[in-house]
Every structure is written in structure tokens, then in C-alpha cells.
Design a protein around this ligand. Structure first.
Ligand SMILES: C[S@@+](CC[C@H](N)C(=O)[O-])C[C@H]1O[C@@H](n2cnc3c(N)ncnc32)[C@H](O)[C@@H]1O
Length: 268
């Protein structure tokens, strides 16, 4: 994947969004991922380290190796881990399709919000499987933008979301990949796969989810493709602006937003 194949880009606003996303969803996505003392974990596609700090905190005795193809993102991740004073993480610039590690060397692999951006997710899973020890686990977390529904409903908001789905597909990704996790893990040759849906439900009674997820994670992500969507003629300005206004409306009084993540765990 080149910088241009990554639909969300690498600017500071996107870095903040990834951190908001990880912080808001820590309990929902990470509560059952605890690695034992002395175990080795490869985090593939760590980005700016939003999940890395959570992994390091939840499994203080594990040795985590976090890789990303982007040196700029890795630098931000290194900084985050340094500020948090974690000493159990090592960073390395690497392409997950050409991992610079021996076969059968990690006890676990963790990969979050990466497969959705790749042209060949099964190939990626096979590359990760190579470096995993026999009996070791892989944990994969992905979203699925088709799982977004909300009140008040809005055809324009749904069209704006569809622009992101279409743009990501044009770049070879799949933002509807969450529903495919089980077949992808099976096709890559993993066994004992278990996939669990993790639903985010945000209404007035959960203000931190409204702020952290509806507004700062999901709506910000859709807003981020404005220029690309308009330039490609996927939607006109008036429909786009109404769609974004309507997404913001779901984060206001009486609004409701639902979205489902998928978490798969399987064994080599
Ligand atoms: C959406 S970000 C997710 C980052 C992090 N996992 C998180 O949840 O915040 C996707 C990351 O995958 C990285 N990536 C994409 N293709 C990669 C590859 N072939 N090898 C390593 N990293 C890759 C990108 O550079 C980006 O940082």
C-alpha cells in the first residue's frame, strides 16, 4: 500500500481520530485481549500507536513488536509509548507482506483496522501466519460501514457514507470487511476461528460515546473524504453537506447511532 492507497491519509487530524477511536472503544474491543508474562506479540500496522498503548497497558509482561509501513506514523507511535512510559514495546518499520522475522517466532499476532485497506487480505493473513508459532493466536479487529444505522435516518447521510465505501473500494480496500472476517481467516488456513460482533450504541445517556464515537470517530472519518468524493463526482455539494449535517444531527439531543465492529480470534 502506498500513501495514496490509504483512503484516510496520514494528516494530524486522522491521527487524532485514530486515538479517539481507540480510547473510546478500549473496553468494547480490548477487554478480552490479555497476553501472558513473557509472551511475544506482533502488532501489524500499528499506525500512530493508538492500539499499541492499550496492548502495552493490558499486557505489561508481554513483549510487543509493533510494525508499520509508514515511518511517520511509527515516529508518532514511539512518542506515544515513550510518554506513557511503557518499556515492553519495540518498533520497526516493515511491510507486513515482507516481514523481516523468522518463521514460527511470535506467540500471538494482533491486527486492527488494517485488512480493510489491503487489496489482498488473505495474502496478508498468510504472511502473518508464517511468523506465528504453531498453536499461537491471531486477533483481527475490523469495522463494517454497512453496519451503520441511526436516528434520525437520512438518505443523504447514507449516501455520504457510501462515498467512503466506494472510494475505499476504488483503492482496492473493503470497508465492509468486518462481515468477512470468518471466511477470510478460514481461507488463510487458520483454525478454531471465533468471530464476535461488538456493537457500539450511542444515545444521549452515553455522552462520551456520542462525542468519542459518533462525532469524533465515525462522522470525522466520513468528513475526511469530502474533497475526494466531490472531485470524483460521487455526490453533489448540496447532498454532501446535508449528509454531513444529518450525521452530526445523530449526535445531538434525541439522536441515536449504531455501528458494529467484528473481532476474530483464530489459531495457527
Ligand atoms: C487505519 S490505520 C490503523 C492503525 C492502528 N492499527 C489503529 O487501529 O489505530 C492502518 C495502518 O496500516 C498500515 N499499513 C498499511 N499497509 C501496510 C503494510 N503493507 N505493512 C505494514 N503496515 C501497513 C498503514 O500505514 C496504517 O498506519
Amino acid at each position: 500500500m502506498t500513501r495514496h492507497d490509504y483512503v484516510h491519509g496520514y494528516d494530524p487530524r486522522e491521527s487524532r481520530r485514530l486515538v479517539d477511536q481507540a480510547t473510546t472503544l478500549t473496553e468494547l474491543l480490548h477487554s478480552d485481549t490479555i497476553y501472558a508474562i513473557g509472551e511475544s506479540v506482533l502488532e501489524a500496522g500499528c499506525g500512530v500507536g493508538a492500539q499499541t498503548v492499550i496492548l502495552a497497558r493490558n499486557s505489561p509482561g508481554a513483549q510487543i513488536t509493533s510494525i508499520d509501513i509508514s515511518e511517520t506514523s511509527l515516529e508518532a507511535a514511539r512518542q506515544k509509548v515513550h510518554v506513557a512510559s511503557f518499556t515492553n514495546v519495540t518498533f520497526q518499520q516493515a511491510d507486513l507482506f515482507h516481514l523481516p522475522f523468522p518463521t514460527d517466532c511470535f506467540d500471538h499476532v494482533f491486527v486492527c483496522f488494517v485488512l480493510e485497506h489491503l487489496r489482498d487480505p488473505v495474502g496478508a493473513l498468510r504472511c502473518l501466519q508464517r511468523v506465528l508459532k504453531n498453536g499461537g493466536t491471531i486477533t483481527v479487529i475490523e469495522g463494517d460501514h454497512g453496519s451503520a444505522y441511526f436516528h434520525p435516518d437520512s438518505a443523504e447521510a447514507r449516501r455520504a457514507i457510501q462515498c467512503l465505501v466506494d472510494l475505499q473500494a476504488e483503492l482496492g480496500g473493503d470497508s465492509l470487511i468486518g462481515r468477512r472476517l470468518y471466511p477470510l481467516l478460514a481461507e488463510a488456513g487458520f483454525c478454531d476461528a471465533r468471530v464476535s460482533p461488538r456493537m457500539v450504541y450511542a444515545d444521549d445517556s452515553r455522552p462520551s460515546l456520542v462525542e468519542g464515537f459518533t462525532r469524533n470517530t465515525f462522522t470525522t472519518m466520513v468528513e475526511g473524504v469530502r474533497e475526494q468524493a466531490l472531485a470524483r463526482g460521487l455526490i453533489d455539494v448540496a447532498a454532501w453537506e446535508k449528509g454531513i449535517r444529518d450525521l452530526h444531527r445523530t449526535a445531538e439531543a434525541g439522536g441515536v447511532f449504531c455501528y458494529t465492529f467484528f473481532k476474530g480470534v483464530a489459531r495457527k
